[in-house]
Design a protein around this ligand. Structure first.
Ligand SMILES: Cc1cc2nc3c(=O)[nH]c(=O)nc-3n(C[C@H](O)[C@H](O)[C@H](O)COP(=O)(O)OP(=O)(O)OC[C@H]3O[C@@H](n4cnc5c(N)ncnc54)[C@H](O)[C@@H]3O)c2cc1C
Length: 164
C-alpha cells in the first residue's frame, strides 16, 4: 500500500496499516526539517512563515495565492499548534451563519465517531473542561481507552490501550 504524505493524515493512516502485516510505502516530497531554535519560536513559524513552501497556486479566477503548505517529513504537522477540535453532531448538519448557510455534510457525526474515538486514544489530547458538560465529555473520552488489568495505572498514562 502506498501512502502519500507523512503529516497527520498520512502518518495516522500509516500507523494502523503498518500493523496489518502489509508492505507500506510512505512517499514524501519534502526533506527532513532542520532542527533549529526557530522551529520552536512562533515568530519565525507563524509571522515570518520561515517554513512555508515557495509554491504559487491559482484560484478558480486565476488569481495567484500562496497556499501556506509545508513540505517536510512530518508535513505542516511538524510545526502545527496541536489544537485538536472535535466537531459536534450539529456541525455535520445544515448550519446558518451570519454569512450564509453551511450545507449539511453527506456523512454524519455517527459515521466519524469510531474514528474520532480511535484518534482520541492514539493522539491522547488533553482536554481542559470549561463547563460541567465538557467535564462529562472528558470522562467519556477517558472511558474509551480501556486499561490493561493493572488498577493502579493512571488513565492517561502508559499501559492503556485503544479498542480495535
Ligand atoms: C504553524 C501552523 C500551526 C497549525 N496549528 C494547527 C492546530 O493547532 N490545529 C489544527 O488542527 N491544525 C493546525 N494547523 C493546520 C495543520 O497543519 C493541519 O491540521 C495538519 O497538520 C494537516 O495534516 P495533513 O496530513 O493534512 O497535512 P501535512 O501535515 O501538511 O502533510 C502533508 C504532507 O504531504 C506531503 N506532500 C504534499 N504533496 C506531496 C506529493 N505530491 N508527493 C509526496 N508528498 C507530498 C507534504 O510534504 C507533507 O509532508 C497548523 C498549521 C500550521 C502551518
Amino acid at each position: 500500500m502506498i501512502v502519500i504524505g507523512t503529516g497527520a493524515g498520512g502518518g495516522t493512516i500509516a500507523h494502523p496499516l503498518a500493523q496489518s502485516g502489509k508492505r507500506i510505502l510512505l512517499l514524501e516530497r519534502g526533506t527532513f526539517l532542520t532542527r533549529e531554535l526557530e522551529n520552536w519560536d512562533p515568530g519565525p513559524v507563524f509571522v515570518d512563515g520561515r517554513y512555508i513552501s515557495s509554491d504559487t497556486w491559482f484560484d478558480s479566477d486565476g488569481k495567484r495565492f500562496q497556499p501556506q503548505v509545508h513540505y517536510f517529513v512530518g508535513g505542516a504537522t511538524k510545526l502545527y499548534g496541536a489544537a485538536l477540535y472535535r466537531l459536534r453532531p450539529i456541525d455535520f448538519g445544515e448550519l446558518w451563519h451570519a454569512d450564509g448557510v453551511s450545507p449539511a455534510w453527506p456523512l454524519s457525526y455517527d459515521d466519524f465517531e469510531p474514528w474520532l474515538r480511535a484518534g482520541s486514544c492514539s493522539m491522547r489530547p488533553i482536554s481542559r473542561p470549561a463547563t460541567a458538560s465538557a467535564a462529562r465529555r472528558a470522562t467519556v473520552t477517558r472511558a474509551w481507552c480501556t486499561p490493561k488489568p493493572t488498577p493502579t495505572r493512571s488513565p492517561s498514562g502508559p499501559g492503556w490501550t485503544c479498542p480495535t
